[in-house]
Design a protein around this ligand. Structure first.
Ligand code: GCO
Ligand code: MG
Length: 415
């Protein structure tokens, strides 16, 4: 079974997605996601100009060999664009293999290890009443675990708050109070402001209020979105200990993995990291020194099912679990791949889930389900996602960027 053709499909049903479709000479098709939020066309070009020509004629069954061919063969290793492109090929080939076998993909990964994937949803509010309302809404939708993000007094707009000034501008027309989408349409990113001291004063009061209102049971998560220094991160972890977080995410950037040692020395709040990592090597010190508790990489940005499975196996040696990135900028193809992997691996932790818009569902027609706070794969052969070309063609690419953040004195900061 040879690869006969491969197409790079860029479509924007409210937000941009890059999808690879591989077709074999036996007429079987497979899908992969290569969406890199705000840099979509770079991934599309990498695939169309440098990967698709190499795929034609390869044996579609040779998934590992194709992965190595694209990774080693590029000479230039790693990086978000390369690894998203490799991920798309890898995922599409797994989709094809499972369709040929007539089995849902998870069966080829060892079969079911659990009934469903516990998910967390995104509650947020500019203030406490709005946050409580959002938490209740998520509970009504069935979520059993909830991420909590709020506004910070004195800052007009911060990451993760659906009703904040920038999010309300549109998220390409699909933002709602409960589904913030950070890529904003336009030729340049919008600018937000940040003040770490104000945040550190505020965030413990938010979690105290949430625990007082909703009790001790519900798993709560929080994302610091790379904005703290290691010692500030250590302080936040310590201040939040009384509120028993499921995890504290991306407390500090970790290009230098050793910085997490400082955080770990000071707090028992569990740490999650990795949504911007793209290779197993980004985790090496974090795993071997047990500096984190959850791995955030999605299939889409870390080289596909083959590569993420290896990362999870490596993590399992250190009792570290999965916590896969699942915002709406990972397409339903990337999410379906995460669900098949998550149902099969022994060290599943939790899955992020932010429901895609109806327009996105019309394009991808995913068959996974969300019920009682759990995501479940369908029993359809392969990934269980069908790309609708007519819908895809109706939504042209539109430039959109993630915001940038500056400190109050105008210095660039991490968004
Ligand atoms: C998360 C993430 C996202 C990212 C987004 C960038 O935890 O879900 O931090 O909200 O900001 O995926 O494209
Ligand atoms: Mg995050």
């Amino acid at each position: 079974m040879k690869i006969e053709s491969a197409e790079v499909l860029v479509s924007s049903p409210g937000r941009n997605f890059v999808t690879l479709r591989i077709t074999t000479d036996t007429g079987v098709t497979g899908l992969g996601d290569a969406t890199v939020n705000g840099r979509e066309l770079a991934a599309a070009s990498y695939l169309a100009d440098h990967v698709v020509p190499l795929l034609i004629g390869l044996d579609a069954h040779r998934i590992e060999d194709t992965w190595q061919y694209l990774y080693r063969g590029a000479y230039w290793r790693r990086g978000p664009i390369t690894m998203a492109a490799i991920a798309a090929v890898d995922t599409a080939l797994w989709d094809i293999k499972a369709k040929v076998a007539g089995l849902p993909l998870y069966q080829l990964l060892g079969g079911r290890s659990r009934e469903g994937l516990l998910c967390y949803g995104h509650a947020s509010g500019a203030d406490l009443p709005e946050l409580f309302d959002s938490i209740r809404h998520h509970q009504e939708e069935g979520y059993r675990a909830i991420r909590v993000q709020t506004g910070v007094p004195g800052l007009p707009s911060v990451y993760g708050v659906a009703s904040s000034a920038n999010a309300a501008q549109g998220g390409m027309g699909v933002t709602t109070r409960y589904d913030h989408e950070p890529a904003r349409p336009g030729e340049r990113p919008v600018e937000e402001s940040w003040d770490t001291r104000a945040y550190i004063r505020h965030i413990p009061t938010v979690f105290e209020a949430v625990r007082n209102e909703f009790g001790p049971e519900m798993p709560l998560l929080h994302d610091a979105h790379h904005r703290l220094t290691p010692i500030e991160a250590a302080k936040v972890g310590k201040l939040l200990e009384p509120y028993d977080l499921f995890w504290l995410e991306d407390v500090t950037p970790a290009e230098n993995q050793a910085v997490l040692r400082r955080v770990r020395e000071h707090t028992t709040t569990p740490l999650a990291i990795g949504e911007v990592f793209n290779s197993i090597f980004d985790y090496k010190d974090l795993f071997e020194e047990q500096l984190i508790d959850y791995v955030r990489s999605p299939v889409t940005h870390a080289g596909g099912i083959t590569a993420l499975r290896r990362i999870f196996d490596y993590a399992s040696v250190y009792q570290i679990k999965s916590g896969v990135h699942g915002p709406t900028d990972v397409s339903p193809v990337g999410l379906a791949a995460a669900i098949h992997l998550g149902i099969a691996i022994p060290n599943f932790g939790i899955q992020e889930y932010m429901k895609h818009s109806d327009a996105t569902h019309e394009l991808f027609r995913p068959s996974y389900t969300f019920e009682d706070g759990m995501l479940k794969p369908s029993e359809a052969p392969g990934l269980g996602v069908d790309y609708d070309d007519a819908v895809g063609a109706a939504h042209a690419y539109a430039p959109a960027y993630l915001p940038v953040a500056r400190l109050l004195d105008g210095s660039m900061h991490n968004w």
